[in-house]
Write a protein that binds this ligand. Structure first.
Ligand SMILES: Cc1cc2nc3c(=O)[nH]c(=O)nc-3n(C[C@H](O)[C@H](O)[C@H](O)COP(=O)(O)OP(=O)(O)OC[C@H]3O[C@@H](n4cnc5c(N)ncnc54)[C@H](O)[C@@H]3O)c2cc1C
Length: 443
């Protein structure tokens, strides 16, 4: 495909999206559907590998809006009906079957190969009219000399040419590359949630029978580490281990294959399920430091998905928050463009909404890692709260409040207060980006 030259585009863009992952592709598709001229710049060539395979039921609502809910079954992704927790001695909790709580098509969700899922979203954005340039890396945003507002981006194609693109709105959907956070020093890390993940794939592993065949299993390790066990298509299972760095790298081990081999016997259920299996492909390792941006938006730019915040993946909230923040952002941007006002103020409600969802998930992640806490204990004490807990685990967070659930968790362990950042930038203040704005103004 011939690279698009900015000087050849006859009409200006309405929106530039940085990154074509689930958050960026959703924002792009929904804005293009509304008739906006959308340009997406993606540094990789799709399809590309990505981790983050287990979905939450409420992803369905965004996929349905995109016209993709049926396509998910046509593709044949593994159906996920529940999540279950397994103690180190192999004892399995009563699974949380989503349909027992909410009889609705969304109660069947999926385990997805991200290369296929992300390509499907990109195809949808293209079908709706967005232009997507792959192998095009955004180097930085471009700010207006007078106001300091973001008015476009500078990008570089693989062959090296640097282009500048202009639009009244830019969306940072750059995932854990966190373009805006990194350029502006907006990262606030969560010191309690700093884990390491090692994962790989197995063939011929044991699958539970019937409805449980596609379940996500979270299997505990000592010191509140855990395995994920995610059954995928084609006889594959994704297995990862998540724990504190000190725990994983104890005994001087560094090789991920050796660490995995050491940990598997630590959980009886995992050991039994992997006993007949053959490991395939490479081992992957990543630091999993949860973080959130100080701000969700500046004038002319908004942050979505992991580019806004990243949370420990124990409850598979990443894709859900990526899709949902993409949806919220698209609607807010469309209104802002219609009003001819793309100042950060416009994104106040957006920031509040997304932070609310992240907060509820973060609180229950804190509970999960507390030595005193487990779900059986919580439900034994408060059986009436099982539906509320299930609401949280399926992603029904934006229409609910969870005060009763959090109070019940707090009887067992400490639950953190709300973070007071992640909202729109206060007028005239954006921390270190003030220097960038000043630099733009004198350039
Ligand atoms: C170990 C681990 C396990 C996880 N497990 C789960 C799970 O089971 N379920 C779940 O829901 N979530 C999980 N997640 C989280 C999930 O992967 C993310 O939340 C999700 O991918 C976020 O989507 P996104 O669109 O925001 O970012 P991404 O999917 O990362 O997409 C960002 C895109 O931007 C592109 N990009 C980056 N920088 C630039 C640039 N400068 N210019 C142009 N393009 C750029 C990238 O190439 C990429 O394609 C997990 C995460 C980790 C680390």
């Amino acid at each position: 495909m011939k690279a698009l030259d900015p000087t050849e585009t006859d009409k200006p863009w309405d929106v530039i999206v940085i990154g074509a992952g689930p958050a960026g592709a959703t924002t792009a598709a929904l804005l293009a559907e509304k008739g906006r001229r959308v340009l997406v710049l993606e540094k990789e060539k799709f399809p590309r590998y990505h981790i983050g395979e287990s979905m939450m039921p409420y992803c369905w609502h965004v996929l349905d809006r995109l016209g993709l809910a049926e396509k998910m079954d046509e593709i044949g992704f593994t159906q996920k009906h529940s999540v279950q927790f397994v103690s180190t001695n192999g004892k399995v909790s009563r699974p949380f079957y989503f349909f027992q709580h909410y009889e609705h098509p969304s109660s069947t969700t999926w385990q997805v190969e991200r290369s296929v899922f992300d390509q499907m979203l990109v195809d949808k954005a293209r079908e709706k009219g967005a232009i997507i340039l792959e192998e095009t890396k955004v180097l930085d945003v471009v700010r207006d000399e007078q106001s300091g507002a973001v008015k476009g981006v500078k990008s570089q194609i693989k062959e090296g040419r640097v282009d500048t693109w202009y639009a009244p709105m830019t969306v940072d959907a750059s995932g854990r590359d966190t373009l805006m956070i990194s350029k502006n020093k907006w990262r606030n890390r969560d010191p309690m949630l700093k884990k390491v993940a090692i994962w790989t794939y197995y063939e011929d592993a044991v699958r539970d029978p019937g409805l449980d065949a596609g379940s996500t299993t979270v299997a505990y390790l000592p010191n509140k580490g855990w395995f994920w066990y995610i059954p995928m298509r084609d006889n594959r299972v994704s297995v990862g281990v998540v724990a504190e760095r000190e725990y994983l790298y104890r005994d001087g081990l560094r090789d991920p294959a050796e660490i995995m081999a050491r940990e598997i016997p630590e959980n009886k259920w995992i050991a039994e399920h992997l006993a007949p299996a053959k490991q395939v492909g490479e081992y992957w390792v990543t630091g999993e430091y949860s973080y959130r941006s100080k701000f969700c938006a500046d004038d002319g730019v908004v942050l979505v998905g992991d580019a806004f915040g990243f949370l420990d993946p124990v409850f598979s909230s990443g894709l859900f928050l990526a899709l949902k923040s993409g949806e919220f952002a698209a609607d807010t941007i469309d209104e802002a463009l219609a009003a001819g006002d793309v100042r950060a103020e416009r994104f106040e409600e957006y920031g509040k909404k997304v932070c609310w969802g992240m907060e509820m998930m973060r609180k229950v992640v804190y509970a999960f890692y507390d030595e005193e806490f487990n779900f059986s204990k919580l439900i034994k004490r408060h059986p009436e709260l099982r539906p509320k807990l299930t609401d949280l685990l399926i992603g029904n967070v934006f229409e609910n409040d969870f005060d009763d659930l959090m109070a019940a968790c707090e009887e067992i362990c400490e639950i953190p207060g709300d973070l007071d950042y992640g909202m729109k930038i206060p007028s005239g203040d954006c921390g270190d980006c003030g220097d960038q704005k000043k630099a733009a103004a004198v350039a």
